[in-house]
Design a protein around this ligand. Structure first.
Ligand SMILES: [Zn+2]
Ligand SMILES: [Zn+2]
Length: 153
């Protein structure tokens, strides 16, 4: 059971967001970009409809893969540096909230793991979650269906 709006923000509390619709899915990404971005073992992505996310406070952005088809705008707090959101651009239908930035860090569990090919060896994944060696070919259909089954209305 997810209570809306979901709220969260950066580590210092200056950059905040509210999510006003049920997210599409929550998964962990073990790609080397997410390892570098999180400065940890993996990234956690809460994929949402961009129109349902309301940001407040000051954000700076960094463009990953600039000029390539995989280009992503990455928003972060200019004061504490926490990465909070990834999206294609400001008009994006899909955006990805960094899961660790949620105020309630125990309300949802990831339904899958992607890019397990580059996963850290000590990270053990539960058998019952979806796993993909690289980017899911089906455009997240299975991850979205699994999340909806677990947390949907
Ligand atoms: Zn901050
Ligand atoms: Zn990744």
């Amino acid at each position: 059971m997810i209570t809306l709006p979901l709220k969260g923000g950066c580590q210092c509390g200056q950059l905040r967001y509210e999510i006003n619709a049920l997210p599409q899915t929550l998964y962990c990404c073990h790609c080397t970009e997410c390892q570098a971005q999180s400065a940890s073992a993996f990234g956690t992505s809460l994929r949402c409809d961009g129109a349902s996310v309301k940001l407040s406070g000051e954000a700076k952005s960094f463009r990953r893969d600039k000029g390539r088809s995989t280009e992503v705008e990455c928003l972060f707090c200019p004061y504490c540096g926490s990465r909070v959101l990834h999206r294609r651009d400001s008009s994006s239908v899909d955006c990805s909230i960094k899961g660790g930035s949620l105020d309630d860090k125990h309300g949802m569990e990831p339904v899958g793991h992607i890019w397990t090919r580059s996963k850290q060896g000590w990270v053990e994944l539960p058998d019952e979650t979806l796993q993909f060696e690289t980017q899911p070919e089906d455009g997240y259909v299975e991850l979205i269906a699994a999340f909806s089954k677990r947390y949907g209305p």
